[in-house]
Ligand binder design. Structure first.
Ligand code: S3P
Length: 434
């Protein structure tokens, strides 16, 4: 088991580029594989999660070549995927299993999808139930992976209102909808990330999105295109928080995706008083990107606006660290979804914060955090093998005056393989031990 030892740092300085966006990288493989023609992807995230998707499509007969972060996908067309000879192992990746279950429910062959211990405990009823309404046949025990999909089903289109704000459910159903008879229409009451809709349009598929409704009609084709994956704001978030809480910081994160369905972390930190500038905003390959400059600030506690929760859903472990360093109390509610991520991120963060002397109150759907000074209470912080928990506590060292020991950080590789290198590049002191 790998651990982090994060020592205090004097200053944070420099300009770095964090790796490619995880959500966009997954989708580039999925859509590139079922498109006609060759899709060239640059800036692909070489994380374990996105490589799990890439390998799964290779297992289904798609010729995919990768050199570092450049990927060439030889699309096989809408009906060109072939059954895998072995179960598709999607590791730790919820995005892979949920989106692929939609796509594979509509294929002419059977599939078996599985993953690691954490993925095997994540709820799948949220996709299985609506897919069954479309005519899919999926077996599982207690609606958790492994999932066994019986192919050769004719799917019918679905009109569906998302019961939870989830881009994974929306995307799963849109991918199934590509093969369904008629128009699939998904309504969302809260905005969630829209990369699937954007990328489908980039592949020439007609998708209508307006006022919380996304619709497409099955039976069309995708045309290969080139995809430049921008840097992942979810990875940048650790540095944005680190620089905001550090006593002496001025760092720039280059070319980060600032798609408005993903910028909740910036809005929340700005409400807390963070010193964040978005410079050189431009559009690259259909996504908005910007250089993000962050300097030290004096943060204050806030009540996090509910509508920002889905727009910052992966960034709360880092935001909780910011709240711990703020003056006053921060209150988060309406964030029940955090309990079913790679770990129960409310409880695991609450336990870790307590071990750093930060008072907090766990709520059923959120947390109340009283800002203060980090004080060593217990020697080891447990990440519960959740990549974002590991990285959140690592960047707490930007403000602590003692060494932090974080246990079980192996899964940082799922989303941010060069995290340790970049953290040290801006002046923090982080080592990984085995
Ligand atoms: C993702 C959507 C989010 C997010 C996950 C990636 C995606 O999950 O937490 O890391 O790529 O669609 P939900 O949509 O289920 O909240």
């Amino acid at each position: 088991m790998a651990n982090f030892i994060a020592s205090p740092s004097e200053f944070l300085k420099g300009s770095i580029k964090v790796p490619g966006d995880k959500s966009i990288s997954h989708r580039s493989i999925m859509l590139g594989s079922i498109a006609n023609g060759v899709t060239n992807v640059s800036g692909f995230l070489e994380g374990e999660d996105t490589l799990a998707t890439l390998n799964a499509f290779k297992d289904m007969g798609v010729k995919i070549e990768r050199e570092v972060s450049n990927v060439v996908i030889n699309g096989v067309g809408m009906n060109g995927l072939r059954p895998s000879l072995k179960p598709l192992n999607l590791g730790n990746s919820g995005t892979s299993i949920r989106l692929m279950t939609g796509l594979l429910s509509a294929q002419s062959f059977d599939s078996m999808l599985c993953g690691d211990e954490s993925l095997s405990k994540r709820p799948m009823a949220r996709i299985i139930d609506p897919l069954r309404e479309m005519g899919a046949i999926i077996k599982s025990s207690d609606s958790m992976p492994p999932l066994s999909i019986s192919g050769n089903q004719k799917l019918s289109a679905l009109k569906y209102t998302l019961p939870v704000a989830s881009a994974q459910i929306k995307s799963c159903l849109l991918l199934a909808g590509l093969y369904a008879d008629g128009e699939t229409c998904i309504t969302e009451n809260e905005t969630t990330r829209d990369h699937t809709e954007r990328m489908l349009k980039g592949f020439g598929y007609q998708v209508t999105s307006s006022s919380g409704k996304v619709s497409l009609t099955g039976g069309g084709q995708l045309q290969a295109c080139d995809i430049e994956v921008p840097s992942d704001i979810s990875s940048a978030a650790f540095f944005i928080v680190a620089a905001s809480i550090a006593k002496n910081a001025d760092i720039t994160l280059e070319a980060v995706n600032i798609n408005p369905t993903r910028t909740g972390v910036i809005e929340i930190l700005k409400l807390m008083g963070a010193n964040i500038e978005l410079n050189n905003q431009r559009e690259e390959a259909g996504e908005l990107v910007s250089d993000i400059r962050v300097c030290s600030s004096s943060l204050k506690g806030i009540t996090i606006p509910k509508e920002l929760v889905p727009l910052a859903i992966d960034e709360f472990p880092a935001i909780f660290i910011a709240a711990s360093c703020a003056h006053g109390e921060t209150l988060l509610t309406d964030a029940r979804e955090l309990r079913v991520k790679e770990s129960d991120r409310i409880q695991v963060m609450a336990d870790g914060l307590l071990s750093l002397g930060i008072e907090n109150e766990v709520l059923e759907d959120g947390i109340r955090i009283k800002g203060g000074e980090f004080q060593k209470q217990t020697s080891i912080i447990k990440s519960h093998h959740d990549h974002r928990i590991s990285m959140a506590f690592a960047i707490a060292s930007a403000r602590s005056n003692f060494e932090l020991d974080i246990e079980g950080v192996d899964n940082v590789k799922t989303s941010f393989p060069n995290f340790v290198e970049l953290v040290n590049q801006v002046g923090m002191n982080l080592i990984e031990t085995q």
